[in-house]
Ligand binder design. Structure first.
Ligand SMILES: Cc1ncc(COP(=O)(O)O)c(C=O)c1O
Ligand SMILES: N[C@@H](CCOP(=O)(O)O)C(=O)O
Length: 461
């Protein structure tokens, strides 16, 4: 399979090339040149199989890797997860289920992809004998998951930009306390969109990119999205797919997770609806509601990992909705950069609305949902998951199609928000019990691409 850029001007690459490139050289995002489909029998045959086996069957056609090469990488990626099912389902109500994606090493859904791309990168690096420099932007969870996956490797340096003062204390400490010298936490004076814009600017500085061997671990990297497709299948199969359709509600920021759901749907999984749940940074909900995609300053919330207005993977959704027209997408992205937004064409809007629903959850509603779910079911939700649950409940209606809401992080990553809502402070797992006793190591830096590039090159010496 080959991968093409959403902006249509970069060379086509195979899976490994697209994974190592991260972002296409024309500034676009790589997408597969076609989406392989599975018939109903092939989907049904995965029911009841271990998560790793489902992962192999879903991902193999996209990677072109031989089964005996991919299988050990998948097995190693999920061996450290704290739940045998990897992504277990919990029932919240008669027709509403929670998909717990926080049993990985850093307690967020990012581990599903990051642990695997850690293995894929190492495999590629060993064969190629190359070194790489990872630069990632995080609103809290991607950064810690990346550091966990890459810390201590001698052919990788990993730099993570996070918005200073805008992640939870647990998230910050997960990034600033690893002692391995190859991982670097950079606290940027700005918000997540600034961090992500700086990362993209470094990719678009081709001289810098080539000098340092730059690669990406954000969901701009196709390999991240691909690994996230698997739990849409595993959870739907548990609830009777393909015979029974399902719906998903996804707490959304950078649109990577929900776009993985879209890929699952295009592969043949009967997903009736994909519901985008946003906090008050609601650009995606406004886009679906009004047809106008327009930035509106990032506002800090108690679900900080979703405090995003420039939602990178929406570019992939637009590429699909505009019939894979790279020139049209390129023009829209220019308008977003230069004018702060653009109207979505009527045809593309209809294509998006056919697949995606959306909703928005205020700060008070987030807290009230954590409180109410705890009282009603005993389940303690993280604030991002609560945003999802609130929006999902609004979409339940009287449909008999099961709704699955993604529980994207463990509540212990956000103890202040959870305590304020429930009165109880969720405890970190034993292996992290000393997180607040460990020494922190971080570098404060201005929101200035040249300064960040200089720091990276200095550290690489
Ligand atoms: C806990 C949590 N929930 C939800 C999201 C949103 O996911 P996505 O960016 O893939 O839309 C993020 C960050 O990405 C997150 O860290
Ligand atoms: N919420 C994310 C933001 C980056 O998302 P990604 O999926 O594109 O890496 C975070 O926690 O960092």
């Amino acid at each position: 399979m080959q991968y093409v850029s959403t902006r249509g001007q970069a060379p086509e690459l195979d899976f490994e090339g697209a994974m190592l490139a991260g972002l296409a050289r024309d500034g676009g995002l790589y997408v597969p040149d076609h989406i392989p489909t599975l018939d109903q029998d092939a989907i049904a045959a995965m029911a009841g199989r271990p998560y790793e086996e489902i992962a192999l069957r879903i991902m193999q056609p996209f990677t072109g890797l031989a089964e005996d090469r991919l299988k050990p990488l998948i097995d190693a990626a999920y061996a450290g997860f704290g739940h045998d099912a990897r992504a277990p389902l919990v029932q919240l109500g008669p027709n509403h289920h929670l998909l717990e994606l926080f049993h990985g090493p850093t307690l967020a859904f990012k581990d599903f992809a990051m642990q695997l791309i850690g293995q894929l990168f190492q495999d590629a690096m060993r064969r190629r004998g190359e070194r790489i420099t990872i630069v990632g932007a995080t609103s809290g969870d991607t950064g810690s998951a990346a550091m966990e996956a890459f810390r201590g490797l001698d052919n990788v340096e990993c730099f993570i930009l996070y918005p200073h003062g805008r992640v939870s204390d647990v998230q910050r400490r997960q990034m600033t306390t690893p002692s391995e010298a190859n991982v670097h936490a950079l606290a940027v004076d700005g918000d997540f969109d600034d961090c992500q814009a700086a990362v993209k600017a470094m990719f678009n500085d081709h001289a810098f990119r080539d000098r340092v061997g730059l690669t990406a671990v954000n969901s701009i990297n196709w390999a991240r999205v691909l690994a996230q497709v698997v739990y849409f299948f595993s959870s739907a199969l548990s609830l009777g797919a393909p015979a029974r359709p399902v719906r998903f509600t996804v707490p959304t920021g950078n649109f990577g997770d929900i776009f993985a759901g879209y890929i699952a749907r295009q592969m043949g999984l009967p997903i009736e609806r994909l519901v985008i749940a946003t906090n008050r940074n609601d650009i995606l909900h406004r886009t679906l509601a009004t047809g106008e995609h327009r930035k509106d300053g990032v506002s800090p919330t108690i679900s900080p990992s979703m405090d995003i207005q420039v939602s990178s993977n929406f570019e992939r959704a637009l590429f699909m909705a505009y019939g894979r027209d790279g020139a049209a997408v390129s023009q829209l992205m220019d308008e977003l950069r230069d004018a702060g937004g653009f109207p979505v064409s009527q045809g593309a809007l209809e294509a998006l609305r056919e697949i995606y629903g959306s909703g928005r959850c205020s700060e008070d509603e987030t807290a009230a949902t954590i409180r109410a779910m705890h009282a009603r079911t005993g389940e303690v939700l993280c604030p991002h998951t609560a945003v999802g649950v609130k929006v999902a409940e609004e979409h339940l209606g009287d449909s008999r199609t099961p709704m699955i809401t993604l529980a994207t992080a463990h509540p212990a990553k956000f103890p202040d928000a959870v305590e304020a809502a429930t009165g109880g402070r969720p405890a970190l797992p034993d292996r992290m019990a000393d997180l607040f006793d460990r020494d922190e190591r971080l570098t404060r830096i201005d929101n200035d691409v040249a300064a960040i590039e200089a720091l990276i090159e200095d550290r690489l010496k």
